[in-house]
Design a binder for this molecule. Structure first.
Ligand SMILES: C[S@@+](CC[C@H](N)C(=O)[O-])C[C@H]1O[C@@H](n2cnc3c(N)ncnc32)[C@H](O)[C@@H]1O
Length: 273
């Protein structure tokens, strides 16, 4: 897959996202195809309802999710390190009085301490080991009782996960899940369907997400799953990880805050559904 899964990131690194950086129009088709049944939104609400609260969307890209949050949130702040995308995000929300966009990155948020209620990141930066600097920053900017919610693809879910694994032979899904559990996150798996108007739209998205060889396989599989003309759907699984910042006094040995290292973790009970 063409999001570049790497080892531990340099502390100031911007993670290359060729899909949205170089194929923004097709990525918009991909965003519109996702979660058409609203299952990710439902799980996010169950984990951390944003009604009347202050939301930070980290790695917001061109701002696709900002208006969804803005409909109910008190305020929404999009943070995006790639300036052309930040500009387009700003353009998208210019008529929404409760949304702002800033250029910035997860490792050094241009945001005051304890000033937001929810940090949301969707397929952005928090890919597993290496994202500790961003987790520390999220904890800093959250108010006590606030939540960090991370949405990412479930690489164990077929068929999409199989295509991802073919392009990412070194990606270790259990290690990524252990990482989030060790840092105090629960994990909910969400089965969704991507829904495209026609085969050409699905094909264009598969071509920006995978190497040429894997895209060819994914396109052939998609044909088999959708033999007729018209709408094309694909099952795609996600993980939603959530961690709540503790309120009040945290006793030594009972901290739910970010541990120095996973080994020293005394995390809240991770929940895997
Ligand atoms: C695959 S895109 C997802 C964009 C958006 N969340 C969405 O779902 O439409 C990943 C985004 O993460 C951004 N990103 C890369 N490195 C980052 C970092 N260090 N901190 C925050 N965002 C980062 C990229 O510029 C890109 O916009």
């Amino acid at each position: 897959m063409r999001w570049f899964f790497r080892g531990p990131a340099a502390s100031d690194e911007v993670v290359p996202s060729p899909n949205i950086w170089y194929h923004q129009h097709v990525y918009d088709v991909e965003n519109r195809a996702q979660d058409t049944g609203g299952d990710i939104w439902r799980v996010l609400r169950e984990e951390s309802d944003w009604t009347g609260r202050d939301v930070l969307d980290l790695g917001c890209g061109d701002g696709y999710h900002l208006p969804f949050f803005a409909a109910d949130a008190r305020s929404v702040l999009g943070i995006e390190p790639h300036p052309p995308l930040a500009r387009d995000a700003e353009r998208r929300v210019r008529d929404l009085g409760n949304v702002r966009v800033r250029v910035g990155r997860a490792q050094q948020l241009p945001v005051d301490d304890a000033s937001v209620d929810i940090v949301h990141a969707r397929t952005a930066y928090f890919f597993g080991p290496g994202c500790e600097p961003g987790l520390r920053e999220a904890e800093r900017v959250l108010r006590p009782g606030g939540s960090i919610v991370i949405v990412d693809l479930d690489v164990t879910s077929e068929p999409y996960g199989g295509w991802m694994r073919a392009d990412l032979p070194h990606y270790d899904p259990p290690a990524v899940e252990r990482f989030f559990a060790a840092h105090g996150f629960n994990c909910r798996r969400v089965r969704t369907r991507w829904r495209f108007a026609d085969f050409a739209a699905a094909e264009s998205v598969l071509k920006i997400e995978f190497s040429a060889k894997v895209a060819q396989r994914a396109i052939a599989d998609t044909h088999r799953l959708n033999p007729g003309p018209g709408e094309v759907t694909l099952p795609v699984g996600y993980r939603v990880h959530c961690r709540v910042k503790p309120t009040g006094l945290v006793l030594p040995g009972h901290s739910a805050a970010l541990p120095e290292s996973p080994e020293s973790s005394s995390s809240t009970s991770p929940r895997i559904e």
